[in-house]
Design a binder for this molecule. Structure first.
Ligand SMILES: [Zn+2]
Ligand SMILES: [Zn+2]
Length: 369
């Protein structure tokens, strides 16, 4: 067979998308497709994103099950089930290990997709489909990034359906035990010497059949809606850093584990401070006379009182003073910069000229020119 199964075939129910049974004839599938495509066509529903999503779903379903060859492969994939392949029950080394990254497709441009991380290990390859990893962005004030904080972000993403609490059944109705697997969620199959266990195809491994699907989510137990997530930001985070929140990504389906949420950090600039590792940096302008004669200079800190540093006589521009423990979690590195006035008063000019008169060594003597 030339048609390569796509990994989304494991997770998408194209028959359900077109509202037909998996035994429907090619003619019925086409008929169902035409009707749905008409109803949900973007031209008929301008600006309606839900209709557009639905239209895409319908189209990709028909792409596969509207094509005899592809439909055969798809049916085969469905028969195997996503986790089939292990001997005697649990999935073994021969099992499929597929990342269901494209569940997040619904989210469109709102979120990127994280990697699968270390998930998908043998213990977690139970029934159901793991939720997608999500990414959100959080912009922090400079101070908050230095000290850390606890905050709440609101993101619109796939979430457990609030109407059916993820169960998929219309409130008031209960799923019926699956008649094929008698509620076990797996089917045993003898093949020569070996006995295979695979997720029950009739109930997708759930063990029960939803007879009256939830109206909000269509029975998948997942909907897209805004939700609040608490995030604890550790002290000292930097722009570009990602905070991983285990299990706060997209909800799993059919009892699968949820994905993770990655919060990408942006830190706003501070008008005075910069950062160098754990330390804060600041430029402290001083006059030539302060540099030459020495001075006491006040330096601001991020929080609390300013600190006075003692500039010794003869300090060059660029010299850095370390103020221990004054920079949130680290130190403040205060670098003095000798400020040169752009305009001199007559009095200042006379004083500088007197200084020039009294200066006999050149600071460039070592250049030898
Ligand atoms: Zn629901
Ligand atoms: Zn079953």
């Amino acid at each position: 067979m030339s048609t390569e199964p796509q990994k989304e075939w494991f997770e998408k129910d194209y028959y359900k998308a077109l509202g037909v049974s998996d035994k429907a004839s090619a003619k019925d599938i086409t008929k169902a497709y035409r009707k749905l495509a008409r109803d949900f066509h973007p031209d008929a529903n301008p600006g309606d994103e839900k209709a557009e999503e639905r239209f895409k779903e319908i189209s990709s379903a028909y792409d596969v099950i509207g094509d005899e060859e592809k439909r055969k492969s798809y049916d085969e994939v469905r028969r195997m089930g996503p986790m089939a392949g292990g001997f005697g029950g649990g999935p073994g080394p021969g099992g499929f290990n597929v990342g269901f990254d494209d569940i997040g497709d619904l989210l469109g441009g709102l979120f990127g997709r994280g990697g699968r991380g270390g998930r998908g290990g043998p213990q977690e390859q139970t029934r159901g489909q793991p939720g997608s990893d999500l990414e959100a962005e959080l912009t922090l004030d400079f101070d908050d990034a230095v000290t850390g904080l606890e905050t709440t972000i609101t993101l619109t993403s796939e979430a457990t359906c609030s109407t059916c609490s993820g169960g998929g059944s219309k409130p008031g109705s209960t799923p019926e035990p699956c008649g094929v697997c008698h509620g076990k969620g797996v089917q045993d199959e003898n093949q020569g010497l070996f006995s295979f266990s695979r997720p029950c195809a009739a109930c997708s491994g759930r063990g029960s059949i939803i007879t009256d699907p939830c109206r909000s989510c269509g029975g998948i137990g997942v909907e897209v809606r805004p939700r609040d997530v608490k995030v604890r930001i550790p002290a000292g985070v930097k722009t570009g850093q990602k905070i991983r929140l285990n299990g706060r990504g997209g909800p799993g389906r059919l009892g699968g584990p949820p994905g993770d949420l990655f919060v990408r950090i942006n830190v706003a600039d501070h008008p005075l401070f910069g950062r160098n590792g754990k330390d804060l940096t600041i430029d402290v302008p001083i006059t030539f006379s302060e540099a030459a004669l020495g001075a006491k200079v006040k330096v601001p800190t991020l929080e609390g009182e300013p600190v006075t540093i003692k500039i010794p006589p003869g300090t060059s521009t660029g010299k850095t003073f370390r103020l221990r423990g004054k920079g949130g979690g680290g130190d403040v590195l205060a670098t003095v910069v000798v400020a040169v006035p752009s305009n001199l008063t007559a009095e200042q000019r006379a004083a500088v000229e007197a200084l020039a008169q009294a200066t006999h060594e050149s600071p460039r003597a070592h250049l030898g020119v």
